[in-house]
Design a protein around this ligand. Structure first.
Ligand SMILES: [Zn+2]
Length: 224
């Protein structure tokens, strides 16, 4: 009997013993806070240290100062071991940060609204850009991220291609990578998972595919 995959372990990408980064796949998530506890445990992180932001598609990024809920925040940063960070996504980009030499790390919810408002540049200010490694997790990709002219006008043409009529497709990952790079993060320290959540219904929830009833994925990062 083969055990079905329940989460993705991105830890090896960071190549830093003890640092742990994971992402629940479809058969794990039930879209409730228990998912965070279960995923933390599956990754051998302490659920009692979980930080849970109330996400609002803002550009608000902050250093963690308490365990539990954080109001109106889409980016959370911590120094080594004190906290286990969590966010939820369905198509938006879960963006992991690690500054290996100090242990500082972060987790950002990056949808088009937050990216347009500058959450990427703001997140990088918490780190030494040339010392940080970033990973963009599964999210809606260029193949599927159709947008209207209002959203298109907010992003560089180089990160778009034309669709039907006045529609376009946005390569949000490309826009994020460009912003990271322009903020000083070396391109060889930026990893993009590249998996499209909308194209892979067996594995991922997708807001674009299933609407407001779509489930959510949990991303978690911390130190063992
Ligand atoms: Zn796709």
């Amino acid at each position: 009997m083969t055990q079905s995959l329940r989460f993705l372990d991105f830890s090896p990408h960071f190549n830093t013993p003890g640092f742990t980064a994971g992402f629940s796949v479809k058969n794990f998530s039930k879209n409730n806070t228990d998912d965070r506890t279960a995923l933390a445990e599956a990754l051998h992180l302490s659920p009692s240290k979980l930080v849970i932001p109330k996400q609002t598609h803002s550009n608000h990024v902050s250093m963690c100062t308490n365990i539990g809920r954080v109001d109106d925040t889409d980016g959370i940063i911590s120094d080594k071991a004190a906290y286990v960070l969590s966010i939820q996504v369905a198509d938006c980009i879960p963006l992991f940060f690690l500054e290996a030499d100090t242990g500082r790390f972060g987790l950002i919810h990056a949808g088009w609204r937050g990216v347009q408002k500058g959450i990427i540049e703001k997140s990088v200010t918490f780190f030494k850009p040339n010392r940080v490694t970033c990973l963009l997790g599964p999210s809606i990709q260029f193949c599927c991220f159709e947008i209207g002219p209002e959203v298109a006008s907010l992003f560089p043409k180089a990160a778009q291609k034309k669709g039907e009529g006045d529609r376009s497709f946005l390569n949000l990952q490309e826009a994020v990578i460009r912003q990271l790079s322009e903020s000083g993060v070396p391109e060889n320290q930026i990893i993009s998972d590249g998996t499209c959540t909308k194209c892979n219904p067996e594995k991922f929830h997708s807001y674009r595919r299933n609407g407001s009833k779509a489930g959510r994925h949990i991303a978690i990062a911390g130190w063992r």
